[in-house]
Write a protein that binds this ligand. Structure first.
Ligand SMILES: *Cc1c(COP(=O)(O)O)cnc(C)c1O
Length: 485
């Protein structure tokens, strides 16, 4: 076979005109899905058909574009539900249509952001500069766009670990060192996972009780540190929470920064969603001290509505950051000029070599809408959560389980006896199965709560009216012995 010139087989389309028509059709299907995203159920259980269609033998001979596009189109309605105005579960951002545009361009460039000198790298640098400015970090601080706060926390705490034990720990391991860290009882589980993955053991992360505002109790923190020092352990990190996942509570970051300085601890802030409160004038004072953190982890895919996934780590000491990760072997050596220039590379700041071009969609979101508009969406969600809190308090059938402090409202249906925990679990499952709304649940002081988190620029007050009405109706139906839907 003569595979020269035009006859060579590639994976590109043979007929670009037909390919354009195909691509435009899928773009239309995707945009239809977004334009009509507020109609229909919030969530639908993946059907047996759908699951079967994704459980077939490995195609040795391709199925061809028509079959593939049909299957993708059939998949489109089966999202998590977070693009819908009544998605209130966990902490999910809701995305924006213009993200589709940026993702399309990023896909076309197919850039690898592990390093080297090319346009995409400068987009990421721009995003990091903007983030430093948003949070008041110094110009020397470094940063990396990562998959989310879980990864950002690992990166930050690795820098913290090496800052304490010295970079030799990278080769020798932690050995006999017994490092301990401190966080509020409301800290997210990603911190435990980071301690686990860094070889410190998740038990080395001490959970400090919170006061009645939900912030870390400072006296209890000092006691915990002193106890560990007396036992011969080595306290090294203090983690502040800016927006707890259960209740949206915020630690006193300024006070934590003081204690970290006194005790010589690395001060890390988990600001997954709450840190972006700095974009709202009224919330900013509650985040005072965030600019003093040694490291900050936060997400773009939550309250900034960037498409999944995209988070960020900022580290005050660029040197500490680089020393925790830089180790380029011979085949990755940099250069002064040419494609291997542009040092240091992102691979010097995190565990991944090949990296997707997340930076473009983040840049596009910030550049198109601006921080003022994005901040208005955040402020509105907080007002909406407070509105829901007032609806709950005004209704004898419902009970507010914690004050609404940010964008999260935890409440429950009181019921007439029986097991209120099981009742509220069932209400939430039915709300989801009926596609009416998608809150999640948590436990507040031992009591099961319907947890409504609003990180959603599409939610309206009428969606919250509808939610309350549905909770009461479904609660009454269950109590009357109603069958599952
Ligand atoms: C979501 C969340 C995380 C984890 O972030 P991912 O982006 O899901 O990895 C950590 N902390 C808090 C407070 C969160 O809300």
């Amino acid at each position: 076979m003569d595979e020269r010139d035009e006859t060579i087989e590639t994976l590109d389309p043979k007929d670009w005109t037909a390919f354009r028509a195909r691509a435009h059709a899928m773009l239309d299907a995707a945009l239809d899905r977004m334009q009509n995203g507020s109609d229909g159920p919030v969530w639908r259980d993946p059907t047996a058909e759908l699951k079967a269609a994704f459980d077939v033998a490995l195609p040795v001979d391709g199925l061809g574009p028509e079959a593939v596009d049909r299957q993708i189109s059939e998949l489109l309605p089966f999202g998590v539900g977070n693009t819908h105005p009544r998605f209130f579960g966990w902490v999910h951002g809701s995305g924006t249509p213009s993200q589709v545009v940026a993702e399309m361009a990023a896909s076309a460039m197919n850039a690898n952001l592990g390093g080297r000198e090319h346009g995409a790298i400068h987009v990421e640098k721009q995003v990091i500069r903007w983030c430093r400015e948003i949070f008041g970090f110094p110009a020397e601080a470094s940063g990396l766009i990562v998959s989310g706060t879980s990864m950002a926390t690992i990166v930050a705490l690795k820098a913290a670990r090496e800052a304490r034990l010295g970079v030799s720990v990278r080769k020798a391991g932690v050995g006999e060192a017994r490092l301990t860290g401190y966080a509020s009882a409301l800290v997210h589980g990603c911190a435990d996972r980071a301690f686990d993955m860094l070889g410190l053991g998740s038990e080395a992360l001490r959970r400090v009780p919170v006061d009645d505002t939900g912030a870390m109790d400072l006296a209890a923190l000092r006691e915990a540190i002193a106890r560990d020092r007396a036992a011969g352990l080595t306290p090294f990190a203090l983690i502040g929470t800016a927006g707890s996942v259960d209740l949206g509570t915020i630690d006193d970051l300024d006070a934590l920064a003081d204690i970290a300085a006194e005790e010589d601890l690395w001060f890390h802030v988990d600001g997954a969603f709450g840190a972006l409160g700095v974009l709202v004038e009224a919330l900013r004072p509650r985040l005072n001290g965030i600019e003093r953190a040694d490291s900050l982890a936060f997400d773009f895919h939550k309250w900034l509505h960037v498409t999944y996934d995209a988070g960020c780590v900022l580290i005050r000491s660029e040197e500490a950051h680089r020393q925790a990760f830089s180790d380029r072997p011979r085949y990755l050596k940099g250069a002064e000029r040419g494609l291997a220039a542009g040092n240091p590379w992102p691979v010097d700041y995190g565990p991944e070599l090949s990296r997707t071009f997340r930076a473009l969609k983040v840049w596009a979101q910030l550049a198109e809408h601006g921080t003022a508009r994005l901040g208005r969406m955040i402020a509105r969600n907080c007002h909406q959560a407070a509105y829901l809190g007032r609806l709950v308090e005004a209704d004898a059938a419902l009970e507010l389980l914690a004050p609404v402090r940010l964008n999260i409202c935890c409440f429950r249906y009181r019921g007439q006896g029986g097991d209120p925990d099981a009742l509220n679990d069932e209400i939430v499952i039915r709300l989801q199965e009926l596609g009416i709304a998608a809150p999640s649940t948590t436990t507040v002081e031992g009591r099961k709560a319907i947890r409504v988190n609003i990180t959603n620029h599409r939610t309206r007050l009428s969606d919250l009216d509808l939610l309350v009405e549905a909770v009461k109706r479904i609660g009454a139906e269950i109590e009357a012995g109603g069958k599952r839907p």
